[in-house]
Design a protein around this ligand. Structure first.
Ligand SMILES: Cc1cc2nc3c(=O)[nH]c(=O)nc-3n(C[C@H](O)[C@H](O)[C@H](O)COP(=O)(O)OP(=O)(O)OC[C@H]3O[C@@H](n4cnc5c(N)ncnc54)[C@H](O)[C@@H]3O)c2cc1C
Length: 407
C-alpha cells in the first residue's frame, strides 16, 4: 500500500486522509496548526455542507452532527419586491453548517484514534520538498492562503483577476432560527446577503455572509474595524441588513444581536482562481494540489468545501488503484479531478456575474412553480446538474421542460 503525505488539515486534506486510511494506505498529515490552535483561532470560513458531502462523512464514520436540529432543509431565495422573484426551494437531502473550528479538530481526533499520524510544522515549498523524500506522493491541501507557491494560477481556467465581491462574514447571536432550518438568500442591487444556522462548540448560532458588489454600499462593512469597534460594526451591519435584506432583519432581536466571540468576523475578497493541478518537486516526487490549494471559488454558490471533499474521494480512489506516482499519474489524476471541478467552477463564476436573461427566467418560473424552485435548490447539492441547467438559454429551456413535464 502506498505511503501518502497530505499537507493541510482542512476538510479536503482530512477527508482524503480518512478515506485513504479506510483503504489501508499509510498517511501522514502535515498540519500548520495543532487541533487545539484550530479550535481557538478566528473563523476562516463558514461552509454549508450539502447532502453528498454529508453522505461521504457517513461513509467515513465522521457524521457527528447528524440530527434534525442541526439540519438545513432548503433555501429561501428573495429578490427585491419590484423583481417579483421570491421562492422557497427544498433541498433533496438536508445540508448542515458546522463551525470548522469545531469540525476539523473532531475529524483530526477521529483520524488519530484510528492510527493516523499528524505532524505539526509550517512547511513552505522547501519543507514540502524535504518531507516528500519520505513518501510516495505528496498531496497539498493547504488552502487558499497557502504560501507554498508550488501551483501557479492557470490563466485559461481563471477568467477573473480580482475579487468579484467584497466579503464580510461572521457568526452572530440574536437571529431567530427558522423551523425547519433554511438558508436565507437575499439578492439586492448592492450584492447578496445569506444567513443560516451554524453549530459551534458553544451551541447553535447564525452565520451571515455579506457579498458586496465592489464600490456599492455594502462594501464598507469589509473595512469596518469589528474588533476595535464591535458595537459600531454591529450597528452598521444591522442598518444595512434592514435596507438590503429586510426579511432577515425582522428575525433579528436587537438586544440579543452581536458577534459570537470577539474576532468572529472574516473580511476581504477572494479572486476565483484555478491553479495548476500538480508539480514535480526537486526531490523528483510528484505533488498534487487539492481543495482550495487548487481551486478557489467565490463562496456565493457554497461549493468550495463540498468540491474539496468530492475531489478527496476521487483522488483516494485513484491512489488506492495504485502507482507508480509519477508525472503520468499526476496528469491523469489532475484531468479526472478537473472533470469534476469544471462545472462547479463554471457555475460559481457565472454566479458572480450579472444573471443572463435565461437564468432570470428560471427564477421567475421557480417563483410560480414550486417544482422548479425545489429542483433549482436541490441542484446546490448537484453542481454539475446546476451548470447543466443554466449554462445556456437552450439548456435552461430543456431543463425547465424536464422539471415541469407532467407524469
Ligand atoms: C465566508 C465563506 C463562506 C463559505 N461558504 C461555503 C459554503 O457554504 N459551502 C462550501 O462548500 N464552501 C464554502 N466556503 C469555502 C470553503 O470554506 C473552502 O473551500 C474550504 O474550507 C476549503 O477547504 P480546504 O481543506 O481545501 O482548505 P482550508 O480549509 O483552507 O484548509 C487548509 C489547511 O491547511 C493549513 N495550511 C495552510 N498552509 C499550510 C502549509 N504551508 N502547510 C501545512 N498546512 C497549511 C491551514 O492552516 C488549513 O488548516 C466558504 C468560504 C468563505 C470564506
Amino acid at each position: 500500500m502506498p505511503d501518502i503525505a497530505i499537507v493541510g488539515a482542512g476538510i479536503s486534506g482530512l477527508h482524503l486522509a480518512l478515506r485513504l486510511q479506510q483503504a489501508g494506505a499509510t498517511t501522514t498529515v502535515y498540519a500548520e496548526r495543532s487541533a487545539e490552535e484550530v479550535a481557538a483561532e478566528r473563523p476562516l470560513s463558514l461552509p454549508v455542507r450539502f447532502g453528498s458531502t454529508r453522505q461521504r462523512e457517513r461513509e467515513l464514520g465522521v457524521s457527528h452532527w447528524d440530527g434534525a436540529e442541526n439540519d438545513t432543509h432548503g433555501v429561501n431565495f428573495v429578490a427585491p419586491p419590484e423583481s417579483g422573484i421570491r421562492f422557497f426551494g427544498r433541498l433533496d437531502e438536508p445540508a448542515s453548517g458546522v463551525d470548522l473550528r469545531f469540525y476539523l479538530p473532531r475529524l483530526t481526533a477521529d483520524y488519530l484514534e484510528r492510527g493516523g499520524r499528524v505532524e505539526v510544522l509550517r512547511p513552505d515549498a522547501a519543507e514540502i520538498d524535504r518531507v516528500s523524500r519520505d513518501h510516495d506522493l505528496m498531496v497539498v491541501a493547504s488552502g487558499r492562503a497557502a504560501t507554498t507557491g508550488l501551483f501557479p494560477r492557470d490563466p485559461d481556467r481563471s477568467p477573473y483577476t480580482e475579487p468579484q465581491r467584497v466579503l464580510t462574514a461572521g457568526l452572530f447571536h440574536g437571529i431567530t432560527p427558522t423551523e425547519p432550518g433554511w438558508i436565507h438568500f437575499q439578492v439586492s442591487e448592492a450584492g447578496e446577503i445569506f444567513s443560516t444556522r451554524i453549530l459551534t462548540a458553544e451551541g447553535p448560532v447564525h452565520g451571515m455572509v455579506v457579498e458586496a458588489l465592489p464600490g456599492g454600499p455594502l462594501e464598507q462593512l469589509a473595512s469596518h474595524d469589528h474588533a476595535g469597534d464591535a458595537a459600531g460594526f454591529e450597528k452598521t451591519l444591522l442598518a444595512l441588513v434592514a435596507e438590503y435584506a429586510p426579511e432577515l432583519r425582522e428575525r433579528i432581536t436587537d438586544s440579543e444581536f452581536g458577534i459570537v466571540r470577539p474576532g468572529d468576523v472574516i473580511q476581504g475578497g477572494l479572486t476565483p482562481t484555478v491553479r495548476r493541478g500538480w508539480t514535480t518537486l526537486p526531490s523528483g516526487r510528484v505533488a498534487l494540489a487539492l481543495g482550495d490549494a487548487w481551486v478557489v471559488n467565490d463562496p456565493l454558490a457554497g461549493q468550495g468545501a463540498n468540491l474539496g471533499s468530492r475531489c478527496a474521494f476521487e483522488l483516494a480512489e485513484l491512489i488506492v488503484a495504485g502507482g507508480p506516482f509519477d508525472a503520468g499519474f499526476a496528469e491523469r489524476a489532475a484531468d479526472r479531478l478537473w472533470r469534476i471541478a469544471e462545472p462547479v467552477v463554471a457555475w460559481s463564476n457565472a454566479n458572480v456575474a450579472p444573471p443572463p436573461e435565461h437564468v432570470g427566467e428560471i427564477f421567475a418560473t421557480a417563483t410560480a412553480d414550486p417544482r422548479v424552485a425545489d429542483a433549482f435548490v436541490a441542484n446546490f447539492n448537484h453542481p454539475a446538474a446546476m451548470w447543466g441547467a443554466i449554462k445556456s438559454p437552450q439548456a435552461a429551456q430543456s431543463w425547465l421542460k424536464g422539471v415541469t413535464a407532467v407524469g
